[in-house]
Design a protein around this ligand. Structure first.
Ligand code: GLV
Ligand code: MG
Length: 320
């Protein structure tokens, strides 16, 4: 999670950058049965997809199916997101207008895929502002999630991360990304054969740095071998270890794994709370106004407090 809880837009609305996003469930917007089923799953976020999980001929109908599902479904406190089509298609503006005019009050964020530069985020921000004003929604409340899915997007990731106060999260899109850079594999999330190290490390770190520099969340994308939960766990652990806040889930079997992996263990959480309590005491008048102290064999100081705050924050959000 990030350090600030909200960002004020030019017109006063505030997005929530601290929503839990350990598990972000993809649901094809054209499939009412999946839209129904998704409501009962314990994912932190659900995103109703108008992009790649929706066939071109089904997109128009899916906009209306999504509006109905947002307005009439029981999403039980999940963050509700719609992924629209990217700006290089002819679908984007109509996706945004139909969904936000029809269900803006029941929508938390719009996810923009294949973002290439800051202007694409500005364009979405402006369109959202006009719709909010027209239909009487609070201006600036609907957030934006930006998907990084190609080389140009990654090269411009810093300007993208700074492009709008509506931004809440940067998301890695491995499938499109691998295609965009000609990576030699067809198995999304797995290492390309022939490369002896982690081929995703640079990309993940680049996205994470831009996200953290702008107080955004960083989310890892899908793992497509949906029956291989062990494989999912391994890839998710890699992103969680670096500091990512969550990962996409494509299948009910991945939801619990993601929630667990992106929450601290009970032991780590308890230890973090212990460090915070100890720090508060030894820096106080009664504790001797010390800058550092020992807990068992471990020396802790102000930097330890910051690390403990991250773990404790995630643990509290996960209800530990
Ligand atoms: C997700 O959209 C991906 O391309 O991996
Ligand atoms: Mg993609």
């Amino acid at each position: 999670m990030t350090g600030s809880s909200g960002a004020s837009g030019p017109s006063g609305g505030t997005v929530n950058r601290l929503r839990p996003r350990r598990s972000c469930l993809a649901v094809p917007g054209s499939n009412p049965r999946f839209l129904e089923k998704a409501q009962g799953l314990p994912a932190d976020q659900v995103f109703l997809d108008l992009e790649d999980a929706c066939a071109p001929l089904a997109k128009e109908g899916a906009r209306h199916t999504i509006v109905e599902a947002l307005n009439e479904g029981d999403w039980g406190g999940k963050t509700r997101v719609v992924r629209v089509n990217d700006w290089t298609t002819h679908w984007t503006y109509r996706d945004v207008i139909t969904v936000v005019e029809g269900a803006g009050q029941n929508l938390d964020c719009v996810m923009l895929p294949k973002v290439q530069d800051a202007q694409q985020v500005h364009a979405l921000d402006l369109l959202l502002t006009q719709i909010e004003k027209t239909v009487g929604l609070q201006v600036g409340r609907i957030g934006i999630e930006a998907q990084l899915e190609n080389a140009r997007g990654l090269v411009n990731v810093d300007e993208i991360a700074a492009a709008s106060p509506r931004l809440e999260a940067l998301i890695f899109g491995p499938a499109d990304f691998m295609a965009s850079i000609n990576m030699k594999t067809l198995v999304v999330g797995e290492q390309p054969p022939g490369y002896p190290a982690d081929a995703y490390h640079y990309i993940l770190m680049r996205i994470l740095m831009a996200a953290r520099a702008h107080d955004l969340q960083a989310i890892d994308g899908p793992y497509l071998q949906i029956r291989n939960v062990d494989g999912y766990r391994e890839v998710a652990r890699r992103a969680a270890a670096l500091g990512f806040d969550g990962k996409w889930v494509l299948h009910p079997g991945q939801v619990e794994a993601s929630n667990e992996i992106f929450s601290p263990s009970q032991e780590d959480y308890d230890h973090a709370e212990l460090i915070l309590d100890a720090y508060e005491y030894f820096t106080s008048e009664a504790g001797g106004r010390k800058g550092s102290a020992m807990i068992g064999d471990e020396m802790i100081d102000e930097a330890s407090r910051k690390m403990a705050l991250v773990v404790a924050g995630k643990g509290r959000a996960a209800g530990l």
